[in-house]
Write a protein that binds this ligand. Sequence first.
Ligand SMILES: Nc1ncnc2c1ncn2[C@@H]1O[C@H](COP(=O)(O)OP(=O)(O)O)[C@@H](O)[C@H]1O
Ligand SMILES: [Mg+2]
Length: 158
Amino acid sequence: MSDKLQRTLIILKPDAIHRGIVGEIIDRFEQKGIKIVGMKMAKLSDLLLDKHYAQHKGKHFFEPTKKYMQMLPVVLVVLEGLEVVRVVRTMCGPTDGRNAPPGTIRGDYSGAISRNIIHASEDEKAAYREIKLYFKTTEIFGYDKPDAHFYYDVERGE
Ligand SMILES: Nc1ncnc2c1ncn2[C@@H]1O[C@H](COP(=O)(O)OP(=O)(O)O)[C@@H](O)[C@H]1O
Ligand SMILES: [Mg+2]
């Protein structure tokens, strides 16, 4: 298996659910050849959000962000692919939707840093931690796609 094969966590935030764009967003990752290996809906508890956003505790946006993340349930997705942590972050775009370039998810859908549609793990360490926070190992599914050769050079792991 390629050492570039990674998993990452995305969260479709309450604004994505409310606006009915969950399918469109997930479609972007599927079109890119990124594999869905876990997916579920959940209402995020205070405790989970404290853990998830631990690095932001004490910042001015910490409490408002927690409130925003609890407006509706969210959709949690584990994605797999080559260098997928970085690729997915790039596809999401910068945190502030008003500064995010068109073509990125936040650039196309978000008009405010406080309503930015999607979360994506920032690096491999965060991805490992976040996937473990939300998913049991039995909720993640490894499987082969017969057309993988048309998305990646599978032999070379490139
Ligand atoms: N200045 C801010 N004002 C309001 N909300 C913010 C601000 N900065 C960050 N947030 C919210 O907190 C989340 C976590 O922030 P951060 O980790 O810096 O961004 P990212 O989600 O791009 O990794 C953001 O996605 C956003 O929902
Ligand atoms: Mg972050």
